[in-house]
Ligand binder design. Structure first.
Ligand SMILES: Cc1cc2nc3c(=O)[nH]c(=O)nc-3n(C[C@H](O)[C@H](O)[C@H](O)COP(=O)(O)OP(=O)(O)OC[C@H]3O[C@@H](n4cnc5c(N)ncnc54)[C@H](O)[C@@H]3O)c2cc1C
Length: 428
């Protein structure tokens, strides 16, 4: 029977980060991944913010296969027949090192796994973990591809549809309310066309988020990131909303309608779809986090619920990297103490509390509730579009004063609703 110091389940960012840190500290670690290779099963937007995790992995970022440094931000409020867009760029986005990059996970995760193996960790792809081994009330290993593998500690990094914490009795199955479905297409485009269409130079990229009619008013939004020679286009929609709204529940139809929008179609013209993927994103925030520690087990990344959607930023990758790293640090401490019970392993919780991870989740704990306001996805995009339509229109006869135009749209009851919603938004 095999026995390791640590078994990591899942070679996504959380699992690879845990193994990278453990192997760097001389801990014997095996990573079990169900996919053909790390990155083969991972769907992400993806844009990665390196600043929060740069110092946790010194030297890693200089060689990393990242796509383009994001120097242009954009956001669009989409109404049914019109839209309102703003762009932002600033000198700080062009300073070195850049704060964020577009990234393709199939490329990045594969490269990262090679760095992990170079440090001495063992990686077993095509290995599905189906259960945990429990002995004397403690998690003592896993069942993988029918074999029993034992370890002092199991780190569950098996992503959003995580099975391991459930099997270990740490949590109940996820609720629709706390999860969204994300779909994404990778569309090949000539790098020079990308530069022209998105107003960027070689190595520079653009990130753009969309809200409103793109999800037909459901809680969620669209995203577009430019890679070196491709564009990542996707939609994220609340699973609870999809289940409620039968008519809008057809995600592929929503996605095709998004691609056909006049704001999007010219940007993709001539492109060729290379990949299509869909994945769950845990978006329940702080209140829906999984218990992070048990006897002989730690939970990191999406498996723990570490993804945060603030509307203008969607972040999960840095939380996965950081939580994997801190789980590894806690195991190193436990190994020195020679104890792997929940009390000793709770150093992980403390490390997360002291870091940006749990700080962020606590700071933005009201966000999932505030952002689930349906006005944000239907009413306000239409309102903004209608006001702009009337302000820009020049009729055949005389034009009404601007104040009259505004008052026509912003009645007293509208203003009252706007104030109430604004008060809620101020909580995040
Ligand atoms: C459409 C979409 C867009 C997103 N956009 C962004 C973005 O722009 N920026 C951002 O920061 N985040 C984004 N996210 C979230 C981000 O992708 C995740 O938070 C991040 O990938 C989590 O990493 P992880 O390692 O925890 O999980 P994953 O990357 O999902 O890795 C889990 C791994 O575990 C393996 N696995 C699962 N079960 C088992 C098992 N039983 N046995 C063996 N192996 C198993 C899987 O094959 C997988 O390799 C997006 C997510 C989606 C779906």
């Amino acid at each position: 029977m095999e026995k390791f110091d640590v078994i990591v389940v899942g070679a996504g960012l959380a699992g690879l980060a845990a193994a990278y840190t453990l192997a760097g500290e001389g801990v014997e670690v095996v990573v079990l991944e169900r996919g053909d290779y790390p990155g083969s099963k991972n769907v992400s937007g993806g844009r990665i913010y390196v600043n929060p995790v740069r110092d946790l992995f010194p030297g890693l970022w200089d060689e990393a296969p990242l796509e383009r440094a994001i120097v242009r931000e954009g956001a669009t409020l989409m109404a049914r027949n019109r839209s309102f867009t703003f762009h932002y760029t600033g000198s700080e986005l062009r300073t070195s090192p850049p704060q964020s990059y577009s990234v393709l996970r199939s490329r990045f995760d594969r490269w990262f796994s090679e760095r992990v193996e170079e440090r001495g960790a063992m990686l077993l792809p095509k290995t599905l973990v189906s259960d945990v081994i429990r002995e004397n009330g403690k998690i003592a290993g896993v069942i993988a591809a029918g074999d029993e593998l034992r370890a002092d500690v199991v780190i569950a990094c098996d992503g959003a549809l995580s099975l391991i914490p459930e099997k270990a009795g740490l949590r109940a199955p996820g609720r629709p309310h706390d999860n969204a479905i994300g779909v994404k297409e990778l569309i090949q485009l000539d790098p020079n066309l990308i530069n022209e269409r998105f107003n960027v130079a070689d190595g520079e990229g653009a990130a753009h988020l969309f809200v409103g009619d793109v999800t037909k008013g459901l809680f969620g939004g669209g995203f577009l990131y430019t890679n070196r020679g491709s564009v990542s286009l996707g939609l994220v929609v609340s699973i609870e909303d999809i289940a409620k709204e039968e008519a809008a529940g057809d995600i592929p139809a929503l996605f095709e309608a998004f691609k056909a929008r006049p704001e999007i179609e010219p940007l993709l013209r001539g492109g060729k779809t290379l990949e299509y993927g869909a994945h769950v994103i845990p978006e329940g925030g702080y209140r829906s986090l999984c218990p992070l520690v048990g006897d002989g087990i730690l939970v990191a990344g999406d498996s723990a619920g570490f993804a945060l959607n603030l509307g203008f930023t969607v972040r999960g990758m840095e939380y996965a990297l950081a939580s994997g790293h801190f789980a590894a640090k806690a195991v190193v401490q436990a190994k020195a103490a020679g104890r792997f019970d929940a009390a000793t392993l709770s150093a992980y919780q403390n490390l997360l509390e002291e870091s940006f991870v749990l700080h962020d989740f606590k700071t933005f704990q009201e966000t999932p509730r505030v952002l689930s306001n349906p006005h944000l996805f239907g009413h306000y995009p239409e309102l903004a579009g209608n006001i702009l339509r009337d302000l820009y229109s020049v009729p055949a006869g005389p034009k009404v004063p601007i104040f009259t135009t505004l008052r026509r749209h912003l009645t007293l009851s509208q203003l009252w609703t706007l104030l109430k919603d604004a008060k809620e938004v101020m909580k995040i």
